[in-house]
Ligand binder design. Sequence first.
Ligand SMILES: Cc1ncc(COP(=O)(O)O)c(C=O)c1O
Length: 356
Amino acid sequence: MFCAARTAFRRGFATNASVGGFTGAVGNTPLIYLKHLSEKTGSRVLAKAEFQNPGGSVKDRAALGVVRDAEERGLLKAGGTVVEGTAGNTGIGLAHVCRANGYKCVIFMPNTQSQEKIDLLRMLGAEVHAVPAVAYENPANYNHQARDYAKALPNAIWTNQFDNTANAQAHYISTGPEIWEQTRGTVDGFICSTGTGGTLAGVGRYLREKSSGKTQIWLADPPGSVLTSYVNSGGKLTERSGSSITEGIGQGRITDNLATIVNNLSGAFTVPDEKSIEMVYELLDTEGLYLGASSALNVVAAVELAAKLGKGSTVVTVLCDGAYRYQSRLFSKQWLNSKGLEDAIPKHLKKYTVLD
Ligand SMILES: Cc1ncc(COP(=O)(O)O)c(C=O)c1O
């Protein structure tokens, strides 16, 4: 049975056996039982296959959520332009939704992101501005450039994925209920990393509400993000140190989306890149899953959370996207070497590093 809110999110269903276009195909992804890791931990380690969304990532839900919200509030009119600052996947989701709903799409992104993602955005018809990666405090930051560009353009909106809570709401009405139904309400812990915080906040709030606070919600962080220290120090934003090979995750501030869950988290911890890259390879080898580094980080974190919650627990995380968008990096000897990560791949998994 779909709950009313979820049915609303998934409107566009043509019949029970078919869905209404691209937007109707967003969500309703499988929850994958990770057999090897579950057996290793003695817990049920489950992962939401968000790479199966039609645009290939968890951000299809956020993209649809912010566009729907703008349409419903009358901010986005026929033939209008959607402008966003995005590290890639939200832009890809928005580019698809814009084509499907007849809008133009303009994307501002840091020029540090993978070429695969930039190329794909252009192929999807988006206008892409790859701008220098500068701190949020700098007016030239890609988000501020997106905001200013939309302001100057008639019939244009800035979807503002970081601070527009329609993003988290999309997960509250779709991803959260799906996980609750797929686990039949037996989820002890949910953990994922955050970029905007939309996934963690929307899913976390729903699961906490449905379980009357019993489901623990944890945040997993890459190196270079301030969120672990923020959560574990009870709210102090401390200096960030280091950097990460992961893309789309890690934060220097509490976004409005994250703010809706941050005080109700059970805890947070940082996952080093060495463990994330090893998990990219391990998931391929043991589960046959070809995933990006943020998904691998999430799985490392889910295994650690399972150990904290004890044998027999059920832990859920998110598989954000596939490795296709990063393969020239993650499977290249040269690139791994340049990041000092070649030794992080165990000998028996080195056969997957097929690119020079
Ligand atoms: C690959 C990847 N993983 C994880 C995330 C984080 O999701 P959220 O923005 O919902 O926190 C993103 C966000 O762009 C992403 O691109």
